[in-house]
Design a protein around this ligand. Structure first.
Ligand code: LLP
Length: 441
């Protein structure tokens, strides 16, 4: 059992995060807000980098950890992550621009994407990006052409679909055959890509990449993928004499959304994977590769709590008898689509006061115009929860703000950082004026 609350969260007569009462945050920054626990974020970043490095030293393997910025991308967060020793993984022009604005050096940035644009490649190459992860055979010529135009050699990796099936929802599992990412190991496309890249002078092949999915709770899938990559590396060595220097095992490490989830200790899991790769590599008699990882969710997810203001509270009779309390908040599927999209589970707590009232079966819903607009399907909340209360939902840092929308012309919430100086908005709340400014009439 892992507590879902961020590490600086504590309860006095209300919830505080990094010693700031939520009522103060709501008063000052409004609701809904995403509240980022900065000391928690920095510690998670530091711990994962240190664990990988320690295990690497022990086994003579160089390690690096990339923050998968798709989970949540902002200048302040990328600055903190980089300061704690992480590199940054980007997958779009906007994510790349944000990393550059955060002054992450190009060499510490990795570019992903199954459909990279020329603009993305050009900006990446101009900034000396550390690696471009090739996702298709056709991309090889495209990257070579942009590298030629920029007058540089592009460092690349090959994203391999290993056939490992892992992760929660179908939409977030990524290494089985019938989906859009990567080059298949089984069909020989991955080996073909390696051969073509080695024959392309504008490209320098660093190694092989695998990302098997997301919200994965156990190490087996990563180990299986690592074994596949090591086998492919040996095959490449045998057929070309080139021993690829690096393997990337991707991200996807799971977190606890509720106290029922059994989440892995991610630094320990990563350290274990480093050891396994070292051991498997030693069995082949080849020098072990450098290893990299790309966690997103496990770094930022548990560090953010969404603060909502409660509005309408409505008891609804259930078909089989009994009752459910529908608690409406001032956000919903526009600030957290994960419940609707993946059937994700969350917990929540009345945050602005203590209540001795009986906990009752409740459903937290938003204010959007559809009945599927559910933030939490089932949660126990005090029976006296009422309009004006603050409701806190933990573990919304990953794929929360980054998947937010303006459905129903709702402005997206801001992100408030606490625990590092004065609480401050690091991403400003949108206003109705912001939305109208995009509307050209
Ligand atoms: N590396 C690559 C190549 C990825 O595609 C991803 C996530 C990551 C790393 C980071 O994975 P993480 O450690 O965050 O699991 N929107 C979904 C998750 C989509 C994951 C996309 N790729 C969700 O909310 O569950």
């Amino acid at each position: 059992m892992t507590s879902p609350w961020s590490r600086s969260a504590a309860w006095t007569d209300e919830l505080t995060i990094a010693d700031v009462p939520v009522s103060v945050l709501a008063e000052r920054f409004g609701t809904p807000s995403y509240v980022l626990d900065v000391p928690d974020l920095r510690t998670r970043c530091r711990d994962v980098v240190a664990a990988a490095a320690r295990a690497g030293e022990e086994h003579g393997i160089a390690t690096s950890v990339y923050y998968a910025s798709k989970a949540f991308s902002s200048v302040a967060v990328l600055r903190w992550a980089y300061a704690e020793g992480l590199r940054v993984d980007v997958a779009s022009l906007g994510e790349l621009a944000t990393a550059l604005r955060a002054e992450v050096p190009g060499a510490a940035i990795g570019l992903h994407g199954n459909n990279k644009s020329e603009a993305e490649l050009d900006l990446a190459l101009r900034n000396g990006v550390g690696r471009i992860v090739i996702d298709s055979l056709s991309e090889i010529e495209l990257v070579a052409e942009r590298a030629r135009a920029a007058g540089v050699t592009a460092p690349v990796m090959v994203r391999v679909t290993t056939g490992v099936h892992a992760g929660g929802h179908e939409y977030i599992a990524t290494a089985h055959e019938d989906q859009k990412f990567g080059l298949s190991l089984a069909s020989g496309a991955a080996l073909e890509a390696v051969a073509r890249i080695l024959a392309t002078p504008e490209l320098r092949l660093l190694g092989l990449h695998s990302h098997i999915g997301s919200q994965i709770m156990v190490p087996e899938g990563f180990v299986e993928a690592a074994r596949s990559l090591l086998r492919l590396r040996s095959e490449v060595f045998a057929s070309t004499g080139v021993l690829l220097e690096e393997l990337d095992l991707g991200g996807g490490f799971g977190v606890a959304y509720t106290a029922d989830d059994d989440a892995p200790d991610v630094p320990a899991l990563i350290a274990g994977l480093v050891g396994t790769v070292a051991q498997v590599a030693s069995e082949t008699g080849e020098a072990a590769p450098a290893l990299s990882f790309e966690p997103g969710r496990s770094l930022v997810g548990p560090t953010v709590t969404t603060l909502y203001r409660v509005g309408t509270v409505k008891p609804v009779r259930l078909d089989g008898g009994g009752e459910r309390l529908y608690v409406s908040v001032d956000g919903g599927m526009s600030d957290n689509i994960r419940t609707v999209l993946y059937g994700a589970t969350y917990t929540a707590a009345l945050a602005s006061r203590r209540s001795e009232a009986q906990p009752v079966l409740s459903r937290v819903v938003g204010k959007h115009c559809e009945s599927g607009d559910i933030v939490i399907r089932d949660v126990m909340l005090p029976a006296d929860i009422r309009r004006g209360d603050l409701l806190a939902v933990p573990v919304t840092g990953a794929y929360g703000r980054s998947l937010a929308s303006n459905y129903n012309q709702m402005p997206r919430p801001g992100v408030v950082a606490v625990g590092e100086g004065d609480p401050r908005e690091i991403v400003r709340r949108e206003s109705i004026e912001d939305l109208l400014a995009l509307d050209l009439g």
